[in-house]
Design a protein around this ligand. Structure first.
Ligand code: UN1
Length: 495
């Protein structure tokens, strides 16, 4: 049954002012409408920002530990509803149930971490250079946070942004991806049920032009956190600079796994299958390049191709499915285009390459796990983010060449090396240009309490997750308390 959902603005559930709507469909079965959502525009965004701005005065004065307590309850409710949320997430975006459960769990972990951060939010106390004077820095909320999230982690990524924003005392206008509005609606419902004051949290459904741009350019929005493509990230950065907003960008990747000749090949095989074809390759951390030492290249390719051919495609709600559909028809077309590009560049298609439409899969946007070998570093399939189940394999002769090939990328999010040489492992930690490096693990597997983000065109230097994200959502105020009872001139009276 398809339901009709609304925006949450100024403490009320409302339609878009224009009355327009859009449909959310199941990528495993395009005939199934999951729900109907408001297709919002600038006036809706303006109302949401106004609400957040008004709510800020009170929310900023709520003690941070009390804000944290609300997030702990959010975590509890998410844990109770985990199975239901995961099933609905699979219906709206396709990844298999184990993965959508993991996505919800990442949100729960982030909630409990954020809850305790309400009791930290450390500042510094530092000696003054003058007598009878006290120096410290304190952390203050900033104001209204505009949160723009993608469809591939419809729960985890909104939690990475919204929990720290709230616990730090900011109010939120949330624009979720229009491919996954249902998980977003459930998430907002849970936050409200747990006790987030209604006007503090505003949800505006819709597209980038209708909602994203008005949010990014709104003078009363103080910060923007965005996860998505590098192209969109650059244009957000440009537009947001007009109003000097603080912007955190989490963008594309072309992540590589290196397998050295001394690596454990069985382990590396499990890693690359999970890294490349988990979430149907639709993660910013997905393994889209495999860099093989020439000594193990042929043996490993044999193992990889036969294992990839055994992967079971299907509706993510079925327990036997290992690889779900792509998110939509456009993404299926993009993947097909890259298969053609790979062929025309002279790479060797060793398995896959086609849309998959056996049985029930004909109703969705499935694509075979696809592997190209004999890929060279200058080919487009070695450089561009595809966001699908396509793996490009490159052959190298040494560790130095492996790192050079890995670093030959405009992106730098995640990376991995399989080696049993401890010295190599430590060299790789130092030499690989990426925000995340796994030793003997695949490129995916971030944990909520560790910083997440990348270098080069993957972002603009901020991190999500862990302790670092809390810096982004607070302003530092430096405070001097002079209790000497007289004017003390720094740098002058003491020298
Ligand atoms: C993303 O790909 O957008 O490490 C986020 C991982 C996940 C998060 C990925 N826990 O793959």
């Amino acid at each position: 049954m398809s339901m009709k959902y609304q925006n949450h603005i100024h403490g009320e559930w409302v339609d878009a002012l224009s009355g327009e709507t859009f449909e959310n469909r199941n990528p495993a079965n395009w005939n199934e409408v999951v729900g109907t959502f408001p297709d919002s525009a600038k006036p809706d965004v303006e109302a949401a920002v106004k609400s957040a701005r008004e709510a800020f005065d009170k929310w900023r004065l709520t003690p941070a530990p009390a804000r944290g307590d609300i997030l702990r309850r959010v975590g509890d409710i998410m844990a109770e509803r985990k199975e239901e949320i995961a099933k609905n997430m699979t219906r709206e975006m396709g990844k298999v149930l184990d993965e959508t459960r993991g996505d919800v769990q990442e949100g729960i972990d982030t909630a409990y971490y954020a809850a305790t951060e309400g009791r930290r939010m450390f500042g510094h106390t530092v000696p003054s250079e003058l007598p009878n004077k006290f120096n410290m820095s304190i952390r203050l909320p900033i104001g209204v946070a505009g949160i723009i999230t993608p469809w591939n982690f419809p729960m985890a990524i909104p939690t990475w942004k919204i929990f720290p924003a709230l616990v730090c005392g900011n109010c939120v206008v949330f624009k979720p991806a229009s491919d996954t509005p249902l998980t977003a609606a459930t998430f907002v419902e849970i936050l409200l049920e747990a006790g987030v004051p209604p006007k503090v949290l505003n949800l505006v459904h819709g597209g980038g032009n209708g909602v994203g741009i008005p949010l990014v350019t709104h003078p009363d929005v103080n910060l923007i956190s965005f996860t998505g493509s590098t192209g969109v990230g650059k244009s957000i950065s440009k537009s947001a600079s007009e109003t000097l907003k603080r912007v955190s960008l989490e963008l594309g990747g072309k992540n590589a796994q290196i397998v050295m000749d001394d690596g454990d090949l069985d382990l590396a095989l499990e890693g690359v299958l999970w890294g490349a074809f988990g979430t149907t390759g639709q993660r910013c951390t997905a393994t889209s390049r495999l860099i093989l030492h020439e000594k193990i290249h042929d043996q490993f390719m044999g193992m990889l191709v036969s294992a990839a051919q055994k992967l079971k495609l299907g509706d993510g709600l079925k327990p036997e499915s290992q690889v779900g559909p792509l998110i939509n028809e456009d993404q299926q077309k993009t993947v097909q285009e890259y298969v053609e590009i790979g062929k025309s560049e002279g790479a060797k298609l060793v398995t896959g390459g086609n849309v998959y439409s056996e049985g029930d899969c004909a109703k969705g946007w499935f694509h075979e796990p696809t592997i190209f070998s004999e890929v060279t570093p200058e080919m487009r399939i070695a450089k561009e983010e595809i966001f699908g189940p396509v793996l490009s394999v490159l052959r190298v002769g040494s560790y130095e060449e492996a790192v050079k090939v890995l670093n030959n990328s405009p992106y730098g999010l995640s990376s991995s090396i399989y080696t049993n040489d401890v010295n190599r492992g430590f060299q790789a930690m130092r030499d690989i240009e990426a925000g995340i490096t796994y030793i003997n693990g695949p490129t995916i597997g971030a944990e909520a309490h560790m910083p997440f983000g990348g270098v080069k065109e993957t972002g603009n230097g901020h991190r999500e997750g862990g302790w670092e994200v809390y810096e982004f959502y607070t302003e530092t105020k430096t405070v001097f308390v002079d209790y000497s009872g007289k004017l003390q001139r720094a740098q002058i009276d003491n020298y």
